[in-house]
Write a protein that binds this ligand. Structure first.
Ligand code: FFI
Ligand code: FAD
Length: 662
């Protein structure tokens, strides 16, 4: 397959003719610099030149088993192609390209993410030396097996046990109940021959809580399940059915002492426990994956936006002015209102993902030298951003689908598959409500610390009980972000007051927490969105000195739209705390409508600059050339039902019905 850029239709040609900025420059910003754009394109070119990586037939037409095998075939082909060309799996992950090719849930994704990340982040030097080369070269294939039938959220409630037997220097892994069955891990059913398993550590009859163990599940030659282990696949799901999400039970299965991950906590041969520097270090893989998911969610949202915005420029429907030609649906203000705030969201999430990655890298470096103080901040930021990013990506993707009318419901639009894949992100890696409650815990703690005069970490410093007065005019970007900050401060203060009131009236702190938890989740959501606004404003103002005026103007408009939209969404709170008044809100609403019309002019060019090629969009509606109707028609011809004019079903059922005397 070669990269041919086809002629585009007249509508898209006209849209692209109105571009006032340098698209390549915007692409570079989104990629993180020209070098990264160049690297991504090299990887893409290599993948596009590997036809085996592309489906001729939609997975929708395959049986469950064929679907799995086909995806496994592509996943292994991808890994060997990368290797042969001097790239790593990580290059395909960090550029998004690998996931786009295999986004029906691929059986190697857990191996290249959580399995390898656990080996890198939780092993002592000997374990690293032993396992990393095997895993990196796919000599062993693994997954992350934590969730059980009975518990996903509450890690401390897991029931799988790992009991140390000092006589043999082994751990005995056991699933004592049906609810202790591991359930959900991707690639556990049929693909993995190893798993990192989260289990309750027992030493001398005492439970030390969840710890991680490396467990071989299958024979490396025959791939048969080892004795003492039951493993299988959990059956069809809402989406990502090419993966083999699995179940796993242990029956007094023994593994060596050295198979407990021992970077942070250790068990000695005689069964003594050595505590980690921080009790949640074993949750590190989850934190790292949440950081990755923020990028992943923004990428998936961007695919949906490219599809829906290009389609909206090609699709003509109804009359805006009686008797006039049917306009492009993108000219309807309501259509702009559906799509453009999500386009702004994509940019906001991308800049925030980058900021979060920096916090992650900084914190990880600190951990290396024994500094644990950044861990709570990283946990709160990664939890909040993972939750907001997946919530917004899911909502945005569904709006993109709706914005494409009936055709958005077609599998060939690819919007259903993008939606079902990212929808899982709300649940996996920490269910979003639960993650927000973790953020809320951090907010309340910080707010109370501030009342006692303590200095707050950077992401919550604006919560100071007596904040410095803002000098930015209200209607400036900074002024509106400050107003949003004042809103969050008011919400958190209110939550703290309600909690205290309940405790004072005799409720236990835990009962009070539950009684305030709807409000607490709202605080966490608002705090995270305030952080996102800050990152967006900062990023655009920093770029201001280095980019051309056209690109800067587009970024400024997107940032402004994001902030205005957020202020309107939070209007109730901002009015209650006096951060804005009705008059300001009216002018903000008017400005938003004006901005929608301004951004509409270059919307197609902005999504072009995201630079995702047709082969990765996989959509009949969103291709570069805008040749929508021909593509939809051609795709329909591939339906197996069209192989014959009269189907078997006619002879078997319809004809007998028509002939029956009813
Ligand atoms: C490098 C980046 C690369 C960039 C490039 C990127 C490219 C992309 C990369 C790849 C991505 C592609 C994506 C596609 C594939 C996706 C595959 C994924 C498939 C999904 C896999 C899964 O789905 S896998 C299972 C996940 N399953 C959970 O996610 C369970 C949630 N459940 C909990 O996580 C705990 O259960 C929960 C609630 C914390 C309570 O934990 P708990 O009960 O032990 O703790 P408590 O609540 O009592 O809290 C006590 C104190 O601990 C503090 N604390 C708690 N956690 C802490 C922590 N982590 N760090 C610090 N502090 C922490 C807390 O803040 C309290 O602090 P304080 O006391 O000071 O207030
Ligand atoms: C596609 C997919 C892939 C997955 N892959 C893996 C994997 O590879 N490895 C793995 O180990 N796991 C995996 N999981 C499991 C996933 O991590 C869990 O499903 C997730 O952590 C949520 O846990 P749960 O299912 O127990 O939900 P529950 O916690 O039972 O959630 C049900 C409801 O209860 C609410 N709730 C729960 N606790 C609280 C609380 N404290 N306060 C308020 N509300 C609460 C939740 O908000 C939610 O509304 C995967 C899941 C999916 C869907």
């Amino acid at each position: 397959m070669s990269v041919v850029v086809p002629e585009c239709c007249d509508d898209l040609k006209r849209e692209r003719g109105r571009c006032l900025f340098n698209k390549e420059e915007l692409t570079n910003i989104l990629d993180g610099g020209p070098k990264l754009t160049e690297k991504r394109r090299r990887i893409e070119k290599m993948l596009i030149n590997t036809p085996e990586l592309f489906d001729d037939v939609s997975p929708d037409y395959l049986s469950h088993e064929d679907r799995y095998s086909n995806e496994l075939r592509k996943a292994t082909q991808l890994m060997t192609t990368l290797e042969k060309n001097g790239f790593t799996y990580n290059d395909a992950v960090t550029t998004g390209t690998g996931l786009w090719l295999l986004m029906d849930g691929n059986p190697l994704s857990l191996h290249i993410s959580m399995f390898l990340d656990t080996i890198k982040g939780q092993s002592n030097p000997q374990q690293l030396q032993e396992w990393l080369p095997l895993a990196e070269k796919f000599k062993i294939i693994g997954t992350y097996a934590q969730t059980e039938l009975g518990h996903g959220t509450f890690v401390r409630g897991l029931e799988t046990t790992a009991t140390y037997d000092s006589t043999t220097k082994e751990f005995v892994l056991h699933s004592p109940t049906i609810t202790a069955t591991k359930w959900w891990p991707g690639a556990l059913g049929k693909t993995s021959n190893h798993a990192v398993v989260m289990a309750q550590l027992y030493l001398g009859g005492k439970c030390y809580g969840p710890h991680i163990f490396m467990v071989q599940l299958r024979d490396l030659e025959t791939h048969r399940t080892l004795p003492g282990i039951v493993v299988g696949e959990i059956g069809p799901r809402l989406g990502m059915n090419s993966n083999d999400n699995g179940f796993l039970q242990f029956n007094h299965h023994r593994i060596p002492l050295t198979n407990m991950f021992m970077k942070h906590s250790q068990v000695t041969e005689d069964g003594k426990y050595v505590k980690p520097l921080h009790s949640k270090l074993s949750y590190g893989t989850m934190v790292q994956t949440r950081v990755g998911i923020v990028y992943h969610a923004s990428r998936e949202l961007s695919r949906a936006l490219i599809i829906a915005i290009r389609y909206s420029a090609v699709r003509h429907q109804s009359e805006m002015v009686p008797g006039d030609p049917e306009p492009q649906i993108l000219d309807y203000q309501t259509q702009q209102y559906k799509l453009l705030p999500h386009l702004a969201s994509f940019f906001a999430l991308r800049f925030s993902a980058r900021a979060l990655l920096e916090v992650f890298i900084g914190t990880s470096a600190g951990l290396g030298s024994g500094k644990m103080n950044m861990l709570p901040e990283l946990h709160a930021l990664s939890s909040g951003l993972k939750a907001v990013a997946t919530n917004d990506a899911v909502k945005g993707t569904d709006i993109c689908r709706l914005a494409c009318g009936g055709h958005g419901y077609l599998s060939s639009s690819n919007l259903p598959r993008i939606y079902t894949a990212i929808a899982a992100g709300i649940t996996y890696e920490g269910e979003n409500t639960v993650l927000f409650l973790q953020v809320a815990r951090y907010l309340i703690k910080s707010f109370r610390a501030s009342s006692q005069g303590q200095t707050l970490p950077f992401s919550v410093s604006y919560l100071r009980v007596q904040p410095p007065s803002s000098h930015a005019p209200l209607m400036s970007d900074r002024g509106l972000v400050d107003a949003l900050g004042a809103g969050v401060r008011w919400m958190v203060g209110e939550a703290e007051r309600r909690l205290q009131q309940l405790v004072d009236s005799g409720h236990s702190p835990h009962a009070a927490w539950n009684a305030c938890s709807v409000h607490l989740v709202q605080c966490a959501d608002a705090h995270t969105r305030y952080y996102i606004c800050e990152q967006f404003v900062d990023a655009v103002s920093k770029l201001g000195e280095t980019v051309s005026s056209g690109v800067h103007e587009v970024l400024r408009q997107l940032c402004r739209l994001y902030i205005l939209h957020r202020v309107i969404q939070t209007a109730g709170i901002l009015l209650r705390c006096g951060a804005v008044d009705g008059k300001a809100l009216t002018s903000i609403e008017e400005e938003e409508c004006h901005l929608l019309a301004t951004l509409r002019i270059q919307a197609v060019s902005i999504v072009d600059a995201i630079d995702i090629k047709d082969v990765f969009l996989k959509s009949t509606l969103g291709a570069w050339d805008g040749n929508v109707y021909q593509r939809i028609y051609e795709e329909a011809q591939k339906s197996p039902l069209n192989k014959s004019d009269v189907t078997q079903g006619y002879y078997q059922y319809l004809r007998p019905l028509m002939k029956a005397n009813l």
